[in-house]
Every structure is written in C-alpha cells, then in structure tokens.
Design a protein around this ligand. Sequence first.
Ligand code: ADP
Length: 246
Amino acid sequence: MDTGALVQDEKRGMLIIVEGIDGSGKSTQIHLLHRWLVSEGYGVFFSEWNSSPLVKGTTKLGKKRKVLTPTTFSLIAATDFADRTEHEIIPALKAGAIVLADRYAYTAYARDVARGVPRSWVRNLYDFSVKPDIAMYFRVPLEVSLDRILTGRAQIKYYEAGMDIGLSTDVRESFKLFQERIMREYDNMVDEFGLTVIDGTRSIEEQQAEVRRIVSHKLAENHGVLGELKGDQVGRISIRRIEANS
Ligand code: ADP
C-alpha cells in the first residue's frame, strides 16, 4: 500500500481499521472503541465499507438485477473506497482525527479473491490506499461466526452468500463455503500485511480491553501529535460528501 495523495508529514491523525469474516464481532468492537475515544476527548471520524453515495445506486441496481461479476463487483467497491479515501479519510487524517474504518482494503483482498479475482490485480487496484496505523483482524473459527450470524437471521442475501459464483444452490451452504474461502485469505494476510490478530472467541469485554490496550499504546507513541489534537481543533475537519441525488 502507498500513502497515495496523502503526504506522510501531512498526516496528523491516526487510522485504525478492523477486519474479519461476518460474525467475527469486529463491528461491535469498533463501535465500543469509537464511544471510548470520544469519551476520552478525541476527534473521531468513522468510515464504513460501501457507504459512498457516489456508487450506492449502482451497487443496489447491480445487486438487484444480479448482473455484477467478480470484476465489476470489485471495481465498484474500489470506487467506493477511493471516493471515501479522497473525500473523507485523507481530509480527516490531515485534520488530526482518529479515523476508524469497519472493513478496509483487506476486505477486498479477501472477498474479491474468494470470488476468483487474481490476488495481484486487486492489491494493485488498492495501491492508492492509506496504510493503517493499526489493523486488527478478529479471528474466529467458522462455526462461531456462523452461529452468531445464522441465529436470528431469517435471510442471507444473494451476494453476501457468494451465490453469484455458484458454490452451492443452497444459500446457507454457499454462505459457509464462501466465508471459508474469505477466512483462508485473511489468514494468509496476517504476515503479508502485519495484521494484529485478536482472538474473537472471547467475551466482548475481554476483547475490548485488549483493543483499548493496543490503541492506548499507539496513542502514547504518537502523543506529541495526537495529544494536542483533542477536542475542538478536530472540529474544523471539512469533509465533502456527495449526495446521491444532488
Ligand atoms: P461483524 O461486524 O464481524 O459481522 P458483529 O459485531 O456485528 O460482527 O457481531 C455479530 C453478532 O455477534 C452480533 O449479534 C453481536 O452481538 C454478536 N457478538 C459480537 N461479539 C460477540 C462475542 N464476543 N461473543 C458473543 N457474541 C458476540
């Protein structure tokens, strides 16, 4: 990964991202971290996977009509990511915010490859992305995540289950096989990208304590910069959002 349009000495903030298969508990952890950082007085900006208004309509249409191929799906996700990188993540980092991202480029590296897109191609595609300061991978055995996801979920969506690549005609079976492939990719990325592995089988509280320890340590290392950036100073962040219908 490269820092792209972000020159390193312009980056006053910190980028923290979480990854893991569905049901790994990463969203729970990053939301708790968000709340804690705000309560500690930090300026925090939250960026969510696939949230850019620029491509929302196209993604919805493509999914509804089931016309997305592994390549077009990958390119749409990359466009979403580029839009958020340039209009949200980089400005927020320049302004000194702690940027939190629920899923990052590694999601594309795992999911797109699980769909059959070449590893080198998708890594090259995301070359513009900003390297995270902390990248946590919540690792859980497949059975644990499936239990968490499938309990109380009436329906799994077509693309979510990887039905588009024909792993199985049964949606739940397809979901399992797809998640298994994604997990294999994540496991292979731990050394490649130096992901911090968190044991996602433990209680929410135990994991949150570890997450806060990791983040506190990094904040202490960066104290010279981030220590001065609490409170109102980060309020000046100006982030341009493009509304889908404007
Ligand atoms: P993800 O973002 O990885 O898909 P979520 O954080 O949304 O996972 O959690 C999926 C489900 O599992 C939610 O119902 C959540 O309450 C539950 N969950 C999260 N962490 C734990 C945990 N440590 N132990 C048991 N259940 C959990």
